[in-house]
Design a protein around this ligand. Sequence first.
Ligand code: ATP
Length: 466
Amino acid sequence: MAKEKNSIPSTGRERAQKIVSFCKRKGFVYPSSEIYGGLSGFYDFGPYGVELLRRMKDLWWKNMVWERENIFGLDGAILMHPRAWEASGHVAGFTDPLVDCRDCKSRVRPDKLPGWRLQKDNQSGEWKILTVGETTCPLCGGELIPEVRQFNILMETYLGVIEGEKQKAYLKGESCQNIYLDYKNVCESHNPTLPFGIAQIGKAFRNEITLGKFLFKTREFEQWDVEYFVRPTAADAAYQEWKEIRWQWYINKLGLARQNLRWRQHSEEERIFYATDAWDIEYHFPWGWDEIEGLHHRGDYDLKQHGQFSQTDLRLYDPQTKSKVLPYIIEASGGVGRAFYALLLEHYREEEVEGRTRIYLSLPPYLAPLQVAVFPLVRTDRALVDRARQIYEELKKQFNAVYDEDGSIGRRYRRQDEVGTPFAVTVDQQTLEDGTVTLRHRDSMEQERLKVASLLSFLVEALRLP
Ligand code: ATP
């Protein structure tokens, strides 16, 4: 009988380190450019990581786009016209506050330290200190100088070939901006009526100051966004509706535990000036509660700004009122990397089995990187190997399957447990006699015998995205 150890070490730092080294060791996430000493704030997803990431995004897309009649998908370019970032307010105001450490000279974000209250002037992007909080440097224990400076986190690049005539452009500071720019195109090509949404999963880039929380804060990351366009009178109700949709999604579809999630409303000081209301869904990370998704009631700010700067009429004819209306926007904007990290923290388990530690990932089966493993009981029996390979060849046409004949059967099970493979199929002598295989379940380690003929339908059902 398996005895659950307190799966992950209890202190936050240890727990985080365990996941980071697990990710590297098993091929989920590598520090980017490692052979050159790494590049701070950038990560690569390895062979298992990329599978998990894809499955998460497929799930989001299915639930947010396919299953909703009025949501349109988009995949926009990373570079946009530089004026777009002036219109959005990012060129002037996409600033983070920072204070310097007198001792180690590091730059630290005071708004993330206890006790500080700061306010941003959204036109100029300048930060003002309202209350000075903790002044101990979190990096070296030295003293922080309580003078705030601002730092624009948009990343710049240059277009064109002639030196001196190059045009400055910005890498997307937030992925959703394409949606506002293509809103008119979607209206013209698809003729939607309000309310409707545009959804996108896309990259964003920020020159973040404080790194060091693995995938939580990176300089290149992915966001999943829904921008929902509504009549102004319907905005409050739509906001509540989307808060509920996204909250339920993290629990019921992505598989995060209810007790590790909470809502946090933005205070007046931190809320961006045009937003009517803003709430974050927070996850209980090893260092405490922190944001995984923001739900924003944005009013008509985005369309108004882009309409003015591009001199384009972005109003939409509303047959209900028989007039043109500039829709309000409700935004659900989450970080894919943060959700990925939360999922691993949530599902990494260690337990004691027969005196040994078993590591397994209890991921929902439909998210698992490898979906099914196929083993011959022993590799010295040609007939078992042939039959197992036949089954594997069939399964890999539909699933991400793996064949393994290396080492004892117990070790092969453990290897799959560790990367979260939900099902393992073992071919033994009895398979050759009656056409059944052993199907082993990852979490319970229970085994059952199943006809090869019914294996496919079992897996289709068990691995289907909900
Ligand atoms: P924070 O204050 O935590 O840095 P934010 O409020 O600036 O986040 P938004 O601009 O609302 O974040 O972006 C929406 C989502 O994008 C966030 O909820 C988060 O999941 C993700 N995100 C933002 N910045 C980063 C980053 N540097 N690295 C990874 N994910 C990020």
